[in-house]
Every structure is written in structure tokens, then in C-alpha cells.
Design a binder for this molecule. Structure first.
Ligand code: C5P
Length: 229
């Protein structure tokens, strides 16, 4: 199996409010993108890595990727992103060689995702007979459906999960799904499912949360510090 990971890192990070593209914000002294790439280049299985970056930061991104790859023998590419995540994923998928059979799509903003989560998703795709796989965690809050500020009902949370990345798929099927997509889906599994694909879940990890707000950034920094101590 030829494996690849598309890391989407072209978001602006407006909600973080730092004025720098989110993947280029430091998390406890190391760029978010560099942290996100760490588990990919330490993997013992050869993995192609494509990073989708803001077009104004392609050269900076190439430097980050080269440093993260170090001595690892890997095919890497850095390509400019789209105006939304959907377009950025398509830009990444477009440059993968057809020899790739399994592709994972990962948010750079989930920069503390452990290597084991990538392995779980790759292993599932390898044995999955064409299905797509998402890491998922049970929902712990009580969830309500609302209309404006009126609470309409409590939703049965036992049937709900929160999903993370990386999400994994057979490459040819994911490319076909994106080509047919209406862009209304909010994740890769949604695109895959809208095109008729089956999606299953594997266990997620609390550390794979997405950094969106300043609070998330502070949480990531305290996790990094606690790992170091
Ligand atoms: O904005 P949000 O954090 O939900 O984006 C999820 C991921 O998609 C991030 O890693 C971000 O860099 C990426 N993204 C992208 N291109 C865009 C918008 C978001 O690569 N145009």
C-alpha cells in the first residue's frame, strides 16, 4: 500500500486573532505546522506528505517541511491552498501520484494528534474494503436542539460522536467524491458519504482537538509543557 497524508494548513486563523496564518502560530515555542508534521516523519512506514499552505507563505512552509522531514526519506510537496478547506483538500489530492492507494486528510490545526491515531486510521483503510474512516470520541455534554434561544428538545447523545482528523480513504474514491461534491459538507467523510461511500469510525484521542480560539492555544501549550515535564 502506498500511503499519503494531505495536511491542510492554508487557513487564516481569524478566530485565533493573532494576525498570522494559523499554522504559522507558535505553540509553546514551535510552529503549529511543525508540531503537526512531527508524527508523520517519525513513522516507520514510508509516507508521502503534501502540505497545503497559504499562497503567500509557500517558501516559509517549504522551510518548515524540510526541517521537520530532516533525514527522513520522504516525498513531500507544498502547494497553495484554496479559499476554503474544501478547495485546499482538492489542491492536495491533485498532486498525489496515482500509485497512492490510501490517503489521510489532516488539519494542521490538530497539531497534537498522536502518531498512533495516524496508524489506526491507515490500518483501518488498509483492511476496510473501500470504506472511509474517521477518528471519533463520544459526546460528553448534554446536547439540545434549539430554535433561536428556545430549547426544543434534548438529543440522545448515545448515538452521537465528535469526529477529528486524520480521516482516511482510498485515494481514487475520495478524488471522485470531491469532484462530485457540492461543497456543503463540512468534513472529508461528509464528502465521501455524499458520493455513496461507507464511513466507519475508529477511536479518537482527546489530544487531537482542533486549535480554533486563544483558549484552545493555551490548552495546547499546557499539554506540550506537561508532556515535557
Ligand atoms: O478554520 P478551521 O480551523 O476549521 O480549518 C481546519 C483546517 O483547514 C486548518 O488546518 C486550516 O489550516 C485548513 N484550511 C485550509 N484552507 C482554507 C481554510 C482552512 O487549508 N482555506
Amino acid at each position: 500500500m502506498d500511503r499519503a497524508v494531505v495536511v491542510v494548513a492554508a487557513g487564516s486563523g481569524t478566530r485565533l486573532g493573532i494576525g498570522t496564518a494559523k499554522a504559522f502560530v507558535p505553540v509553546a515555542g514551535q510552529l503549529m505546522l511543525a508540531r503537526a508534521l512531527e508524527p508523520l516523519f517519525s513513522s516507520s512506514s514510508p509516507t508521502l506528505v503534501v502540505v497545503v499552505a497559504p499562497s503567500a507563505l509557500l517558501e516559509d512552509c517549504r522551510r518548515v517541511v524540510a526541517t521537520a522531514a530532516g533525514a527522513a526519506v520522504a516525498y513531500t510537496a507544498v502547494v497553495p491552498g484554496g479559499t476554503d478547506r474544501h478547495g485546499s483538500v482538492q489542491a492536495g489530492l491533485a498532486v498525489l501520484p496515482d500509485s497512492v492507494t490510501a490517503v489521510l486528510v489532516h488539519d494542521a490545526a490538530r497539531c497534537l494528534t498522536p502518531a498512533a491515531q495516524f496508524d489506526r486510521v491507515f490500518d483501518a483503510v488498509a483492511s476496510g474494503a473501500g470504506a472511509g474512516y474517521v477518528p471519533a470520541l463520544p459526546v460528553t455534554d448534554t446536547i439540545k436542539r434549539v430554535a433561536g434561544d428556545v430549547v426544543v428538545e434534548t438529543v440522545d447523545r448515545s448515538a452521537l460522536v465528535g469526529v477529528q482528523t486524520p480521516q482516511g480513504f482510498p485515494l481514487d474514491a475520495l478524488r471522485r467524491a470531491y469532484a462530485a461534491s457540492t461543497q456543503s459538507e463540512t468534513d472529508d467523510a461528509g464528502v465521501f458519504q455524499a458520493a455513496g461511500g461507507t464511513v466507519r469510525s475508529v477511536p479518537g484521542d482527546a489530544d487531537a482537538f482542533k486549535i480554533t480560539t486563544p483558549w484552545d492555544l493555551g490548552r495546547a501549550e499546557s499539554i506540550v509543557r506537561s508532556r515535557a515535564s
